[in-house]
Write a protein that binds this ligand. Sequence first.
Ligand SMILES: Nc1nc2c(ncn2[C@@H]2O[C@H](COP(=O)(O)OP(=O)(O)OP(=O)(O)O)[C@@H](O)[C@H]2O)c(=O)[nH]1
Ligand SMILES: [Mg+2]
Length: 328
Amino acid sequence: MTMIFENLPTTPRSEELIDKAFSRAARSGRAKSGHEAQTSMLQTASNILSDNMENVVTAWPDFDTVDPFYYELADAIVDVDELRQHLSQVTWASRKTHDLGREYMGKLPRGDTDGAIKIRKQGFARMGSVLNQVEDDLAAISEARDALKTLPDIRPDEPTVVVAGYPNVGKTAFVNELTNARNETAAYPFTTKGVRIGHVERDHIRYQLVDTPGLLDRPADERNEIESQAVSALTHLADVVLYVYDASETCGYELDDQRALHREIADRFDVPILTVCNKADLSTGVETDLTMAIPEHADGDDLGDGVEAVLDELVDAIDYELELPFDG
Ligand SMILES: Nc1nc2c(ncn2[C@@H]2O[C@H](COP(=O)(O)OP(=O)(O)OP(=O)(O)O)[C@@H](O)[C@H]2O)c(=O)[nH]1
Ligand SMILES: [Mg+2]
């Protein structure tokens, strides 16, 4: 499964569609004459308009069956109810241009070329006015498409660790260490910092590590609405949360504050939370499930349980939670 909004095609503007439809229609009429030429023009124009608008709509996933993670993300950015209304307007316009084509073809007089041209022009004018009516809808769909395409390629169907904690505690260092530096950083519309997604494989199962800078490190009442929704989306996604402490407080946050954020995340997420004290080379003075130090900072024996051991615990917690087959 790929990110569901990844392959949305560009959405044409009303004017582009009209230009395309009428110029193709002119071309198709050129080789013919009289009644036949005008019929061909009406048919070509209405088919192009109707088909292109239908394609705009069918490119979108059915929001009733979209994974809740993506639904919430999409809704935070574009307001899904409004988007659906725009899409249904375009569906209407697609049918209407189709019907207008048939209606005006039926009205074309025989043996009266000037009369036929006049009727065909009336048909074109009606189609043009339908396209004007959905100009704003097409523009809004186009904007939504551009915004949603920037969503990170997070896969709701993969077992997922959400890495949380105050800034500078070493969340990114942990994700990088495990996923070698080829991590995919994607623009994330909710923070200025971007989200980092790493993948690790254990026993042929791919696990997803989501680093969440600037999203989970502030109290809920300081988040704006969009960020809150993004956090809520993350709660759908996480199978386990890794909460990272920095007992050395070199991150710049006191342990009491770190504990308070831990409690808040525990309240918010309905999944197991594993705690780790990072920077074990500097201090381990906090009660956590595990301790670790990122190898580049640790000389010799100060590694605590180590990064790999933390991953093992996370994988066990997820496997237990999701009832994945244990090895051995
Ligand atoms: N001494 C020591 N320093 C560490 C360790 N892990 C990370 N650091 C350092 O701590 C600083 C912050 O690490 P990051 O991984 O960027 O922290 P972060 O939690 O991702 O921070 P934000 O992205 O701002 O939320 C960096 O300078 C790291 O080199 C560790 O185990 N020991
Ligand atoms: Mg970071």
